[in-house]
Design a protein around this ligand. Sequence first.
Ligand SMILES: CC(=O)[C@@H](O)[C@H](O)COP(=O)(O)O
Ligand SMILES: NCC(=O)COP(=O)(O)O
Length: 247
Amino acid sequence: MTTSNRILLGVNIDHVATLRQARGTRYPDPVKAALDAEEAGADGITVHLREDRRHIQERDVLVLKDVLQTRMNFEMGVTEEMMLFAERIRPAHICLVPETRQELTTEGGLDVAGQEARIKAAVERLSRLGSEVSLFIDADERQIEASRRVGAPAIELHTGRYADAQTPAEVAEELKRVADGVAFGLAQGLIVNAGHGLHYHNVEAVAAIKGINELNIGHALVAHALFVGFKGAVSEMKQLILAASTR
Ligand SMILES: CC(=O)[C@@H](O)[C@H](O)COP(=O)(O)O
Ligand SMILES: NCC(=O)COP(=O)(O)O
């Protein structure tokens, strides 16, 4: 990943697997979605292998590892089980995320500042694989500084609060929080990515923030794909991001 005005699009295919797991069928296959996404211009493919395996399965990650033309961004909780799996597949990118079994989706950022020694050990171990390790954190200076201290080259700022904001004042406040986080992360020498809850009606303001390297987007893409197909959904998102980030 490089830092430039042209923001990259990482396509998260977790929720293709959510639909498959709902019935225990062999379809829809997230691997097909990944290949379609790449054809439509995705710069990378993101998967989150959750502890409870509610969507992505080990099989998906193993097949993707062999067939992706771009690169895999492997999201994982900081557990020994996941560390061992990451060591087996050696993904190009690894994003450490917080995980709670009961949560509907990833509710907040990783508390790096509150467990620096543990995260530092994980970053060091995973970096030895040749993977670029990023930390999925809230846009909070304390967490960003801690991310630099533990040696992660990259962070992904959680945009869920921006996505959930209701009033124009709340939206503006949360957008500013993300923009300030991007500037602070860059000043700390970090690669800054962002994502969570972004969709076709809220992505442009985030994509217009200078210095973001990559946006990871999943749920909204999968939802839109029901109506326009996966390639169309990715291509529309890519156009929106490109237009906003190069304006
Ligand atoms: C960490 C993260 O933001 C992604 O994994 C994304 O939210 C999709 O997965 P979940 O909906 O399972 O959190
Ligand atoms: N890390 C965020 C991500 O991969 C996509 O999140 P969402 O668009 O599914 O909310």
